[in-house]
Design a protein around this ligand. Structure first.
Ligand SMILES: Nc1nc2c(c(=O)[nH]1)N[C@@H](CN(C=O)c1ccc(C(=O)N[C@@H](CCC(=O)O)C(=O)O)cc1)CN2
Length: 290
């Protein structure tokens, strides 16, 4: 019998922890506030931002949205981004990705204070994923995958994991998080030759490549755990993942649906990171460190 992993249940569990932490913050007179920063109007970014705003408001957190036109100059954008970063009333920043090609991600990341980096995009936070330093803010989507596996008591130690997708926001940090749990990880991308061969012996397959129906029954061994991180929209506007869910679901022992799987946890992890970020910023000495 396949277990359908329920992202809403995991998000509800995490929300309870957030509510308790918010009570503590509020007792110190602090209300966490997030800034969403988006350049351009990519539909993926808009959907993510809208979903996140809804989640934060539901949890009673303050939000502020900053939108820039696609052709904003680097100078204008970096000046404004610096101001947002230096605003003491803002405890966390989510920069919607991808950025337009002319905006240098490296410079934006350098400006961002590491304690406001609630999606773990800075090299300093990603480095802590590599060294397995627990005092970090990690990218939210990989963290959501780990939350899901933990909630269902899935131990990765010794497991063969194939991660499909090697982006800096999902695939690469997720591979590291799983290696930190002593899994044997193979990281693939859309150009990997013989993807079926890389997947068909895996105990766990995670797809985060952003390609509809990339993972089909032939990729999945009987009893494998299948985690679908893809968020894609069909021409009819329906949200679907990377996995051909109907073809795979009876072969898998555990599977995440889309919607209602990893995507349903990600924005709650983001809110959890905002609470953590706010905690750090109560300590002025820590906050001054970059
Ligand atoms: N800084 C970042 N920007 C972006 C990221 C990211 O991880 N960091 N990822 C994408 C995410 N994305 C589309 O590509 C996307 C994610 C989530 C949603 C959404 O509607 N989520 C819903 C629930 C969905 C579900 O149940 O699966 C929610 O959270 O309520 C839309 C798009 C974009 N940019």
């Amino acid at each position: 019998m396949t277990v359908i992993m329920d992202g809403k249940k995991v998000a509800a569990h995490l929300s309870e922890e957030i509510k308790q932490a918010l009570e503590v913050s509020e007792s110190h007179g602090i209300k966490p506030k997030v800034a969403f920063v988006r350049i351009g109007d990519l539909s993926d970014s808009i959907s993510y931002e809208n979903a996140a705003v809804k989640r934060f408001e539901k949890l009673g957190m303050d939000t502020e949205q900053y939108h820039f036109p696609e052709d904003v100059s680097t100078k204008v954008f970096l000046t404004k981004f610096r101001e947002i970063n230096e605003d003491y009333s803002i405890h966390g920043i989510l920069l919607l990705q991808p950025l337009p090609k002319h905006i240098p991600m490296k410079r934006v990341a350098e400006i961002m204070n590491s304690f406001k980096d609630i999606d773990g995009m800075k090299a300093s936070n990603l480095g802590k994923v590599l060294t397995n330093d627990p005092d970090r803010l990690e990218p939210c989507t990989p963290a959501a995958v780990m939350n899901m596996l933990d909630f269902y008591d899935i131990d990765l130690k010794g497991k063969n994991v194939t991660v499909v997708g090697a982006s800096a926001v999902v695939g690469k940090p997720l591979s590291l998080l799983m290696m930190n749990r002593e899994a044997t990880v193979t990281t693939c991308n859309l150009y990997t030759e013989n993807l079926v061969d890389k997947c068909k012996d895996a105990d766990v397959i995670v797809s985060a490549a952003g390609a509809i129906n990339l993972i089909d029954a032939e990729h999945v061994k009987e009893g494998a755990i299948v985690v679908d991180v893809g968020i894609n929209f069909t021409e009819e506007g329906k949200m679907v993942g990377d996995v051909n869910y109907e073809a795979v679901k009876d072969k898998a022992s555990f599977i995440t649906p889309v919607p209602g799987g990893i995507g349903a946890i990600t924005t709650t992890v983001l809110a959890y990171h905002l609470v953590k970020a706010t905690e750090h910023q109560k300590e002025p000495v820590l906050f001054l460190e970059k």
